[in-house]
Design a protein around this ligand. Structure first.
Ligand SMILES: Cc1ncc(COP(=O)(O)O)c(C=O)c1O
Length: 447
């Protein structure tokens, strides 16, 4: 027996995690020899570096360390529920800026906790404190979390979205088809600006999801919570889209929870994510989980976050969204002009920083001619470039990774892709869309 090949000592989760997920493998392959000035990364979910307010971070760190009366022991361990300063700042942020229409009254009945390591760690915590079973989510799926849930032993049931987000009529039909299996449903996980499509979940759908969860909870006699992941909700940059209303406003039975993050509006490196929901055993278990995972988010980061929320958040959100709005409009123009004739549709553009185009017939998965063109792995030097001087590569996330493999989007997913306009600047996005057009032409010529 060698430790390298024998996985018998690992848990099911350990065994499944010993193999990198498809997207981790793909991104590692791309990052291994990424050339900063040549290759173009439309694959990563990184925010635009220009949106990160570096000078404000410097000021905040200075002020936090200079004011030990307010920011006690900021470089020490923190408590597992989160810094009281930050929790109050998050509460005020929601009230002062009318986030989701939340009122003092509603928030007074909710608890706010801060996770150990961003929204991701709260999502992880949820999976640990609930019983394994079925999780309902929208298709295309947030593949990072859904892949984790499956490794941990959950079954993901993905219900296709339409232009308003998770299609609740399809959900009702799926629930009828599930029959007795409905009693294995443990929770709903819904991303309000979906990753990968950036489809914005409408207010009507938020309300219906909470209603459906309440009905299922009554039917089965156990609470079936609904977790709304609001990672991109502050990046709604299209003024035409309705203002989102918090699901907490519709939640009479105490089933709705909202998960927020400061990653997209301040900086991912803060690693500050929070959850708002009814107080009770789930929240208590989540606090213990934070303690188990590392006692608390770094206290100094929490205090910096609170300082910035109190003083600068409105202007910061305005600036961030002005930047993404401009990039979204330019990218859309290039998608339309270069790829328009090849496309059957394209989601995104109102919020967040992804477009999610669907080709009429060009396939985009890792084995496709299109993918091999853009990764310069066709084997043809005329396409790939000479050894040692490969032509520019473009990274993207193939739709095949974004749709659930047992869901109804499996076929169409082979012709879709997620393109991020977050990280790269406009001239490089322009160049990338042009290369994507060439890849489509190449793929068509190979048929
Ligand atoms: C849907 C979704 N949820 C959560 C996260 C992670 O947030 P955090 O940086 O707070 O862990 C992301 C990051 O891209 C995301 O896309």
């Amino acid at each position: 027996m060698t430790m390298d090949s024998d996985t018998g000592f690992l848990s099911q989760y350990g065994r499944l995690s010993a193999e990198p997920s498809p997207v981790a493998r793909m991104m590692a392959a791309f990052a291994a020899d990424f050339r900063d000035d040549v290759d173009i990364n439309l694959g990563v979910g990184y925010v635009n570096e220009n949106t990160i307010p570096r000078a404000l971070f410097e000021e905040a760190l200075h002020e936090v360390l200079a004011n030990p009366r307010k920011y006690r022991v900021a470089l020490n361990y923190g408590g597992p529920a989160g810094s009281e300063n930050l929790i109050e700042s998050i509460r005020r942020f929601h009230l002062d800026h009318g986030i989701g229409g939340l009122t003092d009254d509603v928030l007074a009945r909710k608890r706010i906790i801060v996770g150990p390591n961003g929204a991701t760690s709260l999502l992880e915590g949820i999976a640990h404190v609930l019983k394994p079973g079925i999780v309902i989510t929208a298709d295309p799926i947030y593949y990072i979390y859904c892949n984790f849930l499956e490794r941990l032993g959950y079954q993901v049931q993905a219900v296709a979205e339409d232009e308003q987000g998770l299609d609740t009529d399809r959900l009702e039909a799926a629930l009828r088809d599930m029959g007795d299996r409905r009693r294995h449903i443990r929770f709903f996980y819904v991303v309000t600006v979906n990753n990968p499509t950036c489809t914005v979940l409408s207010n009507e759908r938020r309300r219906r999801l909470v209603e459906i969860a309440a009905r299922l909870s009554r039917e089965s006699g156990v609470a079936i919570p609904v977790f709304f992941d609001k990672a991109y909700e502050h990046l709604l940059h299209d003024p035409e889209v309705e203002s989102p209303r918090s699901a907490l406003l519709y939640d009479e039975e105490g089933l709705a929870y909202e998960i927020g993050t400061l990653s997209k509006i301040l900086a991912p490196a803060l690693r500050i994510g929070y959850m708002i929901g009814p107080p009770g055993p789930l929240m208590k278990a989540m606090v213990q989980k934070t303690s188990d995972a590392g006692f608390s988010a770094p206290l100094v980061n929490q205090e910096i976050a609170g300082y910035l929320l109190d003083r600068y958040v409105a202007e910061q959100i305005r600036k961030v969204n002005a930047g993404y709005r401009e990039k979204s409009a330019a990218t859309r123009q290039w998608i339309d002009s270069d790829l328009g004739p090849w496309l059957a549709g394209c989601r995104g553009g109102s919020a967040g920083f992804y477009y999610y185009p669907t080709f009429q017939s060009i396939e985009t998965h890792e084995a496709s001619a299109f993918f091999r063109f853009l990764s310069r792995t066709t084997g043809d030097p005329a396409v790939d470039g000479a050894a040692g001087a490969r032509n520019p590569r473009v990274a993207y996330i193939p739709g095949q990774i974004c749709v659930h493999r047992q869901g109804e989007l499996v076929d169409v997913g082979r012709r879709q892709l997620r393109l991020s306009y977050g990280f790269e600047d406009l001239p490089r996005i322009r160049q990338a869309i042009h290369l994507i057009k060439e890849a489509a032409e190449y793929a068509a010529s190979m048929r």
